[in-house]
Every structure is written in C-alpha cells, then in structure tokens.
Design a binder for this molecule. Structure first.
Ligand SMILES: N[C@@H](CCC(=O)N[C@@H](CS)C(=O)NCC(=O)O)C(=O)O
Length: 220
C-alpha cells in the first residue's frame, strides 16, 4: 500500500482543508505535526521537503505536493471517489469560483481579525478588526444567500469548496468569540444568531465521518 504522510501545523486552515479531504476520501495517512512555536517548519530537514518552510505538504509514495489546492487536486486525481472537483464542467467551474472567492476575499481578511484577537491584542487593533469585520460580513452575506438555495458552498454536493471555506470560517468563529475581551461587537459570532444558513452548513460538515480526526489537536 502507498504510504501517505501529511506535514501540518495544528489550527492551520489550509492543513485542515487537506485533512478533511483525506478523511472524505477515506485515505489513511501518517500525520506529521510541526510545532510552529519551535519554528520546526523552518528546520533544514523540513526545508528540503518544503523550500518555503510552509505547510501543508503531502507525501504520497514518491510524490511530494506543496500548496493546498495542488494537494486537493492531486488527491482528486489519485483517489477519484468521492469527487472533490465535480463531474461536469458547470460544477467544476462553480467549485473553483467559490475557492477563488474564498482565497481572494475572505481568507486574508479573516486573518486581519484573527491574528490580533488570538494574540490578545484586540484593543490595539480595533480599527483593523472593525474594517475587516465589515468586509467579512459582506462575504458571509453572499455565502448565506447562496446557502439558502443549495446545501453546499458550490451547489448540491459537498466539494473542495466546502473543505476550503470551512476551516476559514472556523478560524473566524474562534476569533470572533473573543470579541468581548476586546470590547468589540462584530455581529459575526455566534453564526447561529447572525448567519443561520452558514450555521446549518457547518453542522453538516461536522457530521462527516472522520471529522473528529481532522479537528485541530490543540483546539480539542
Ligand atoms: N499558499 C499556501 C499557503 C500555506 C500557508 O500559509 N501555510 C502557513 C500555515 S496556515 C504556514 O506554513 N505558516 C508557517 C510559516 O510560514 O512559517 C498553501 O495554500 O499551501
């Protein structure tokens, strides 16, 4: 059997996306956790695997793949069922569109909220967080509207789009839950009160087999 290894940092949304994909496809793997606090991803040994010292990296037999979307695409080619990128051109386009929209409009903006809040520096970055929260609410409203028409991010079936968007949403939720200590009112958390369809969608993801295996170890 082909040996599969995944280098990851706990809580990293891109790593979580890949772990969810591995679980969704039922691909067993050896988790190789790197400690960000010790900068293990910058060790000489790891830089030989990932020259930028980043995660996730998947090693599958003789193939090493860096970059989340490349890993997801590789997994879909190597383990075709269930499909991550759709079966007809329209589905494939919708999935990539949703991924590009997440990467272009949501991921970095969520980082502007989560970085200071996770570091307990919310009060020092009130303006940055407030501005980012307004942009994020606009994006969430678009996703909320789309989820009123179809159960998954890119239509009727779970796809790579869900697995890319979900960890970013969870990073946002975890950060927004700290709004009180920073004396902020972001109108994001809890999702159930602000974005009901997103809340239903995230609970469906959380029912997936293997979901717990992919959950960030240091969040447990
Ligand atoms: N474009 C890359 C970005 C990966 C990325 O930003 N990884 C972060 C964790 S979320 C990382 O490795 N950070 C550690 C570092 O850069 O030292 C991908 O999607 O794989």
């Amino acid at each position: 059997m082909t040996q599969t290894e995944l280098y990851f940092i706990s809580g990293s949304p891109p790593c979580w996306s890949v772990m969810l994909a591995l679980e969704f496809k039922g691909v067993g793997y050896e988790p190789r956790r790197l400690d960000n606090a010790k900068r293990e991803q910058k060790s000489p040994a790891y830089l030989k695997i990932s020259p930028r010292g980043q995660v996730p990296v998947l090693i599958n037999g003789g193939t090493t793949v860096c970059e989340t979307l490349a890993v997801l695409s590789y997994l879909d080619a190597a383990y075709p069922e269930p499909r991550l990128f759709g079966t007809d051109p329209g589905d494939t386009a919708r999935i990539w569109q949703a991924i590009c929209e997440c990467d272009g409009n949501l991921r970095d903006t969520v980082g502007e909220i989560s970085r200071p809040l996770f570091r307990g520096k919310g009060r020092e970055f009130t303006d940055q967080i407030t501005d980012a929260a307004a942009k994020v609410r606009n994006e969430l409203a678009l996703i909320e509207a789309s989820l009123s028409k179809a159960p998954w991010i890119a239509g009727d079936n779970l796809s790579a789009a869900d697995l890319v968007v979900y960890p970013v949403m969870m990073q946002l939720e975890r950060a927004a839950a700290r709004e009180e200590e920073a004396e902020l009112e972001l109108a994001i958390y809890p999702f159930g009160e602000n974005f009901a369809n997103i809340d239903v969608w995230r609970r469906e993801i959380e029912k997936l087999p293997g979901y717990q295996n992919a959950y960030p170890p240091h969040w447990k």
